[in-house]
Design a protein around this ligand. Structure first.
Ligand code: PLP
Length: 354
């Protein structure tokens, strides 16, 4: 039992780890021995259990499947050379999870359930945190509606779960990006700021079309003019223009408030690079490019940390960047890695010990 939450723990008889290696495994494909599960019934969280990873037994009329009340988070834990494990800024994900829940008419998760549940689960499966360079343990908390009914209304019951997935290095190959002019990821008043399943479902077609044209991903633009820049794929985007770091601002609610984005903005400020968190449109970007002022463009998110963009296309304009000569993006990646693997002091209080 962990502090403040009553967790019933049933352990797996024999760890699956004995049958596999954690080296270079692909993202999101393998799961640890245990999972956490809790039910929201009669207005409270109950049946909090950690048990062997197993199938769910669900009614086909489950409301999450039909009407999409389903949210998630993505967090990583890292093991340092001394063998200790730390989770990167999980409290920020906890807060964002409850913001997503509120937007989707779902109940809040108590902090102890989210944080202590996660910590207890990781403690139990700590041998699954890889120790190789650039490896990590991906943590996936999620919640979905479990009422069995086809009437459209917020569900009265929910399930909260946490899965753990060891993952190898994510090689962020420099990307070719298409500025999206047809599809919309998020509009004011919509759900763009929340991490809900439907945001991903609705965005897949744009990436698929871009792939057909030889691009890796799209740069999302606003719903009205398709000019104001939002995010790159499922990452926040940062432009280094004339020595200034510019990233689209959050106030319209169309952009997800990334934990990596926030961390990167903090590090940029410490590096003495001015940060502008404001609307930026594609015309400004192209004018700056033509004036030779666009120095670096990259995506930022938990999966890749920093994903450089080597080419961008908007109408007849093709913007190309010499990624190998960049200074800021690689420095940010190194600083974040050094903090995560305890190579430097954690001066921001970002690392939470497992
Ligand atoms: C998760 C996510 C991000 C990145 O957030 P991090 O907290 O940095 O992982 C950015 N954009 C979208 C749409 C996302 O879903």
């Amino acid at each position: 039992m962990a502090a403040g939450v009553d967790i019933k723990i049933t352990k797996i008889p024999v760890s699956k780890l004995s049958e596999m290696s954690l080296e270079n495994i692909p993202f999101g494909k393998y799961f640890t021995d245990h999972m956490l599960e809790a039910d929201y019934i009669n207005g409270e969280w109950t049946n909090i259990t950690i048990k062997p990873y197993q199938l769910l037994h669900l009614d086909p009329a489950l409301s999450a499947i039909h009407y999409g009340q389903s949210i998630f988070e993505g967090i990583k834990a890292y093991r340092n050379d001394q063998g200790e494990a730390f989770i990167f800024r999980p409290k920020e994900n906890f807060k964002r999870f409850n913001l997503s829940a509120e937007r989707m008419c779902m109940p809040a998760i108590p902090q102890e359930l989210f944080m202590e549940g996660m910590r207890t689960l990781i403690e139990l499966d700590k041998n699954w945190i890889p120790s190789q360079k650039e490896h990590s343990l991906y943590i996936r908390p999620f919640m979905f509606a479990t009422d069995v009914m086809l009437g459209v209304r917020p569900s009265e019951t929910y399930k909260f779960m946490i899965l753990l997935s060891p993952t190898g290095p994510y090689f962020a190959a420099p990307m070719k990006i298409l500025v999206e002019e047809t599809y919309t990821r998020a509009a004011p008043g919509g759900v763009g700021f929340s991490k809900n399943a439907g945001n991903y479902g609705g965005s897949l077609i744009a990436a698929r079309q871009a792939n057909k044209l030889g691009y890796d991903q799209v740069l999302w633009t606003d719903a009205f003019e398709h000019k104001w820049l939002q995010e790159v794929g499922m990452m926040n985007v940062v432009f280094i223009i004339n020595g200034i770091a510019i990233t689209p601002s959050l106030e319209e609610g169309t952009i997800l408030k990334g934990v990596t984005r926030d961390s990167v903005l903090t590090l940029l400020q410490e590096m003495g690079i001015p940060v502008e968190d404001r609307p930026i449109n594609v015309d400004e970007l192209i004018a700056a490019y033509q004036a030779g002022q666009v120095q670096e463009v990259f995506g930022v998110g938990t999966a890749a940390t920093i994903a450089p963009i080597k080419e961008m296309k908007y109408k007849e304009h093709i913007l190309q960047f010499n990624v190998d000569s960049w200074i800021i993006a690689p420095s940010l990646k190194k600083q974040l890695d050094d903090i995560r693997y305890s190579k430097v002091a954690d001066t921001h209080g970002w690392m939470i010990k497992v």
